[in-house]
Design a protein around this ligand. Structure first.
Ligand code: GLA
Length: 384
């Protein structure tokens, strides 16, 4: 059963009747620019074909009733009047937070029943939370006939995550889910919020993208993410700049006497440069663009591992195995400490075999290989 058919079935089984509509929001992978978004820097993510589908119908009365195929148990009911951070926990905090943030932005949110289904592995660093927020945001606004600009919707979804759920994330994931275009990566300047679509079709150039879920699950609320963010803010303060985005010269970092802060800032500065380099290579269409992008991916992994210190053993082993078996480049993606690796490969089979072998040798849970096709952003869906 396709995602839309499955969620329609779930809606009927749990609530009875038909939904007023179904909305899909994709997860994302990130080609370049990690932990640069909340530093006002650049990111270059793309939407995946996998994501969250929400089937929703208006409901009389000011409440949300939520159920999910991935969360067995009874539906969660949320009163919309007086809704405030801290009142809803667990997975339902994401859709409830969106209703709260929409209300705070002046959008009158209707009562609704929402059934949710996902084909994104949770904890794989592919932004299932942002996809859940964005699918809910589209469902609630379109059900009530509100036309909200997608950039504004991304900011609202982020606010749900930051202020309602309590995860201090940046704007990358929600932007990727709401603003991406098939066959492109989204270049986002997180200071000005300007975006541009950069043609990204590795398959057309004989390269493939392989997404490796290392099955070491990450948890953004676990503190390290917030700690990195605080270190970056401290480094910016000490350097007298509004954010690390303003750094352009590695020499500036010498003014940071703390070696940890210096490494953190170096990662942000060099990753911002790598985003621009990758975007430039993709736009130029030059013949050796993909091998060069591959090398930048691997440099980014080294920076995330050694300077930002957020990689994890399964990611390092997957990157090493991918490179040893012919990958053009590979790196961990997302917030860190678990999740996925993105590899740029001339051919998938040898890389899959090498990664599977490396994991088996260490008696780790087998890695999962996923398609990573640059896909369209969130949209209303029907039954195909
Ligand atoms: C998570 C956050 C994003 C971003 C990445 C790291 O995915 O949600 O805002 O900071 O980590 O690049």
């Amino acid at each position: 059963m396709t995602g839309a058919a499955a969620v329609l079935e779930l809606f009927r089984a749990r609530f009875g009747g038909a939904p007023g509509g179904m909305w899909f929001a994709p997860g994302r992978a990130n080609l370049m620019g990690e932990h640069t978004d909340y530093n006002g820097g650049f990111v270059l993510p793309f939407a995946l074909g996998q994501g969250i589908v929400a089937a929703a119908a208006r409901l009389g009365g000011r409440r949300l009733v939520l159920c999910s195929a991935q969360e067995p148990g009874s539906a969660v009911e949320v009163a919309l009047d007086g809704l405030a951070p801290g009142q809803v926990t667990g997975w339902a905090a994401y859709p409830a937070g969106v209703a709260w943030a929409l209300g705070a932005a002046g959008c009158e949110v209707p009562g609704a029943r929402i059934a949710i289904d996902s084909d994104l592995p949770a904890g794989a660093g592919l932004s299932s939370s942002a996809a859940l927020e964005c699918a809910t945001a589209l469902a609630l606004t379109e059900l009530s006939g509100l036309a909200v600009d997608r950039r504004e919707l991304a900011a609202i979804a982020r606010r749900a995550e930051n202020d309602f759920v309590g995860v201090p994330s940046g704007i990358m994931d929600q932007s990727a889910s709401l603003l991406s275009r098939r066959g492109h990566a989204l270049l986002l300047d997180c200071r000005s919020l300007e975006t541009s679509q950069v043609p990204f079709d590795p398959a057309g150039s004989g390269a493939g993208l392989l997404l490796i879920n290392t099955r070491a699950s990450h948890e953004l609320t676990a503190g390290e993410y917030g700690r990195r963010r605080a270190e970056c803010e401290q480094a910016a303060r000490l350097l007298g700049v509004p954010s690390l985005r303003y750094l352009t010269d590695l020499g500036d970092l010498d003014r940071l006497t703390d070696p940890v802060l210096r490494r953190r800032a170096r990662h942000v500065l060099t990753d911002n440069q790598r985003v621009q380099e990758v975007a430039g290579l993709l736009t130029s269409g030059s013949g050796d663009a993909y091998p060069r992008i591959g090398r930048l991916l691997t440099q980014a992994h080294q920076s995330l591992r050694d300077d930002f210190e957020i990689s994890w053993p399964e990611a390092d082993a997957a990157v090493d195995a991918a490179l040893a078996s012919g990958a053009l480049g590979a790196r961990m993606i997302g917030g860190g400490f678990g999740g996925s690796v993105l590899a740029l490969v001339p051919g998938e089979a040898p890389v899959r075999a090498a990664v599977a072998g490396a994991f088996a040798e260490r008696s780790w849970t087998a890695a999962e290989f996923l398609d990573a096709a640059p896909s369209d952003s969130a949209k209303r869906v029907g039954l195909e």
